[in-house]
Each structure stands twice: as C-alpha cells, then as structure tokens.
Design a protein around this ligand. Structure first.
Ligand code: ZN
Length: 251
C-alpha cells in the first residue's frame, strides 16, 4: 500500500501531520508462512503511535506466546516466535541483542511458579480452566497496561475501517473477559449483528458489531490462534453501562 496522505492519526487524533500505515493486527502476530504481499487491514497513524504500538505488540506477543498450547497447529509458529524474540543468539545486531536480552529479563520477572492453577486470568480468553491437572505451574503475568493499549488500538482501527470515524474522547474501550457473566450474550450479539469479518490473516478472526443507534458504539471480537478470545466494548462514556449493552438486543 502506498504512503498515506497527511491527516489525523486514528490513535492519538493529532494532526494534520505526515502519517504511516499501522496494521490493525500486527504482521508479527501472523505465522511466518503467510504470503507477505497479501494486503491486510491498515489504518493511518503517526510515526510516534506506530512505534509505540509496535513495541507494545512485540512485548505482548512474547507474553501470549508463552501461554499458548504449542501442540495447536495455529499457535505453533506463534510460540516459536515468542521464544525466538527473547533469544539473544538470534540477534541481527548488537542493539537487537540488547533488546532481546532486556525482553528476556522482563519475561523472567513475569514468570512465577505456582502450586495451584490460578482460577482467573488464564488462557484461553483469560478464563478459568477447571481441567488443569496437578501443579506446580509456571504462570506468565502479562502487562495489563499494554494489553489495554492494544485493545484501544484495535477499536480505533476497526472503527476507522468500518465507519471512517475516529474514536474521540466521548468513547471508551472496555475489555469484556471471557468468563464475564454476559460473555455468551455478547458473543451471540456479535454473531447476529456483526458486519462481515475483517480478513486479517490466518489464525486471526476479527468481527465487529455496531449498534444501529450509534455505529461507533460496538462490540469487537478477536480470536487469536484458535486459543485466545477477546472482546472489546466501545461505549459512550456518558451512558450507563447496562443501557449501552442492552442496545444489541433491540438493534
Ligand atoms: Zn498518533
């Protein structure tokens, strides 16, 4: 895709300024086997946001990769990428080596041995997995601030692609955990009212359901590598939360 014209960045809303293309789902989150020239959904973003988000996505990939089941064909390449990303022997330069070593040190700090499987915050979808066997378990704590940053970026990108609109300060992005009481309803709403899924590449299922009342208000469902399920809820800050979710039932 050609260089985007100058304009407003979909993430920080600053502009007009020179922009770059930001992939809605980072290319690094796709398996290596993907044909590199297939166009994927991209949005205009400033260079500062693009760099900031790329760093967050690389860090998240390292965290996600350690929580995925490597036996799954969709996740295998991602697990390998996550492992490679903290391996200094794979560095292409001195600087790259330092970055990989630093990431490895951060990942070590995020890993804990636990006797019992945690009941919350576990893959897939960060819900409890009762079928877990005997411990001890190695758990990976991931940086929730980076995760929230990504969920907002995802919402900004998909809203821009579907509605050609910016996510202004009037809206907020909430993450609905997989085990949330309303998850099944939310899931059904996405299937019923969702627009055509965005083709983001193998292993990625992305679908957005807008409300008829305000098309920016939406549910965005992202399924990654057949294992991780995420839903973002874009809502108006000035509306009570329940009202906002109810809208799908009458849309
Ligand atoms: Zn920006």
């Amino acid at each position: 895709m050609s260089r985007p014209p100058s304009g407003v960045c979909v993430h920080c809303l600053q502009g007009p300024q020179d922009l770059t293309w930001d992939h809605v789902i980072p290319r690094s989150w796709l398996p290596e086997t993907v044909v590199p020239n297939v166009p994927r959904p991209q949005v205009p973003a400033c260079e500062a946001c693009n760099n900031r988000l790329s760093k967050a996505e690389a860090e998240l990939l390292a965290c996600f990769g350690w929580g995925l089941n490597p036996e799954s064909p969709l996740a295998r390449a991602i697990v390998k990428k996550a492992q490679d990303s903290i391996d200094p022997r794979r560095a292409s330069s001195k600087r790259d080596r330092k970055a990989r070593e630093a990431l490895r040190a951060r990942m070590r700090k995020r890993m804990r041995e636990m006797e019992k499987a945690p009941t919350e915050g576990v893959f897939p979808g960060f819900g409890a997995l009762p079928e877990y066997g005997q411990g001890p378990f190695i758990t990976v704590h991931f940086p929730v601030d980076l995760f929230r940053l990504f969920m907002r970026k995802l919402a900004c990108g998909v809203t821009w692609i579907h509605e050609s609109k910016l996510l202004t300060d009037e809206y907020e992005v909430r993450w609905i955990p997989y085990t949330h009481d309303g998850w099944l309803e939310v899931n059904e709403a996405v299937d019923t009212f969702g627009a055509r899924p965005l083709d983001c590449g193998p292993g990625v299922l992305l679908r957005r359901a807008p409300t008829s009342e305000d098309p920016i208000v939406s549910l965005i469902r992202l399924e990654l590598w057949g294992q991780l399920k995420l839903i973002a809820h874009v809502r108006r800050k000035d509306r009570p939360l329940t009202d906002s979710l109810m809208t799908w039932q009458i849309a």
